[in-house]
Design a protein around this ligand. Structure first.
Ligand code: ATP
Length: 322
């Protein structure tokens, strides 16, 4: 069994240095929330497996090569009738990036229950899922629900990052599919504006509650449904966790932010790595925020993520040491 199994769609990302409408050079990278997490966890020294579908094209081969070269075990299916998904990541301004997807009907979107079954047969300590998979196609949605249910029944720790993508579906569509998944989830990870996609506000409505109280009400509802850790990402404000034993917060590590894409996945990789190491909740948060800081202060979705030895580089910054 591997330490971490994850599956989803990875794409070729074509990154611009400026406005796409002005043309110019594009740099080819691998993109995908789940493969970002896979690389992050693998770099920290854990055994990691990624499952997914790619087209029989150079784009798919590139994805497989990149993941393998990062030490990620790849369990892929080749779909010879469809193309690997592509996205453009436009650096529109220094502070603003925009994603444009060419992934509808892609090979990756055909991920099925059979693919997931094969991957799960090998066993894993932790299964990491994201809400993105449910937005890809009806079969991917069914595969996601099936995986969560099977893994939970087999005692695999199930981690779910809500990862709402407004370009793929509406909040109401996401809520209808993702909220029921919570009952198979041990570790629910969300940005602070995504919690209401998996939980409902307490009776009486959240309108009269402050943001903090509203978050606690939503987290309590999830804890009541069997989630053991409700992890909330707060960008430059760090992250927090709600558990039955109480609430924990960690500030962000102070760094120069140059590229925020992938910060959430990096955080998740750190959090799950610390979980695999048997760290307590505070230790998980700490490693998550360090990984998030690496992601935002380096270029690329995952390229700047640290090896185990390098973790200390930014952990030291946090405690003020040189
Ligand atoms: P994305 O979808 O862009 O990856 P996200 O909402 O999933 O974002 P964030 O909350 O933005 O994730 O970032 C995850 C973690 O990364 C944060 O909890 C924080 O620890 C770290 N982080 C994010 N932005 C910054 C920043 N500007 N400086 C330092 N750390 C940051």
């Amino acid at each position: 069994a591997v330490d971490l199994l994850t599956f989803g769609e990875s794409m070729v990302s074509l990154r611009s240095a400026g406005p796409l409408s002005a043309g110019g050079s594009l740099a080819m990278h691998v993109a995908g929330a789940e493969s970002n997490v896979a690389v992050g966890v693998a770099r920290l020294g854990h055994s990691v497996s990624w499952a997914g579908v790619v087209g029989a094209d150079p784009h798919g081969e590139y994805i497989l090569r990149q993941l393998r070269s990062e030490g990620v075990q790849v369990q892929h299916r080749l779909d010879t009738t469809r193309s690997t998904g592509v996205m453009f990541l436009e650096q529109r301004t220094a502070d603003l990036t925009r994603a444009f997807y060419y992934r509808a009907g892609s090979a990756g979107s055909t991920l099925s229950r059979d693919d997931v079954d094969l991957a799960l047969n090998a066993g894993a300590r932790v299964l990491h899922l994201t809400g993105i998979t449910a937005a890809l196609s009806p079969e991917a949605r069914a595969a996601l629900a099936y995986a969560a249910e099977r893994a939970a029944a087999e005692g695999v720790v199930v981690s779910l990052d809500v990862n709402y993508r407004s370009k793929l579906w509406t909040r109401d569509e996401a809520r209808a599919v993702l909220a029921p998944l919570a009952r198979h989830t041990d570790i629910l990870i969300a940005s602070d504006d995504e919690l209401d996609l998996v939980a409902s506000a307490a009776p009486g409505g959240s309108g009269s509650l402050g943001n903090d109280d509203a978050e606690t009400a939503l987290a309590d509802e999830l804890l009541g449904r069997g989630v053991s850790e409700v992890v909330v990402k707060r960008g430059a404000h760090g992250a927090g966790v709600h558990t039955a034993a109480g609430r924990f917060e960690a500030p962000a590590v102070t760094v120069t932010s140059i590229d925020t894409v992938g910060a959430g996945d990096a955080f998740t990789a750190g959090y799950l790595s610390a979980l695999l190491d048997g760290e307590d909740v505070a230790g998980r948060l700490q490693r998550g925020t360090v990984m998030g800081a690496f992601a935002v202060s380096t270029a690329g979705d995952w390229e700047g993520l640290p090896s185990r030895d390098e973790l200390v580089l930014l952990a030291a910054t946090q405690s003020g040491a040189t």
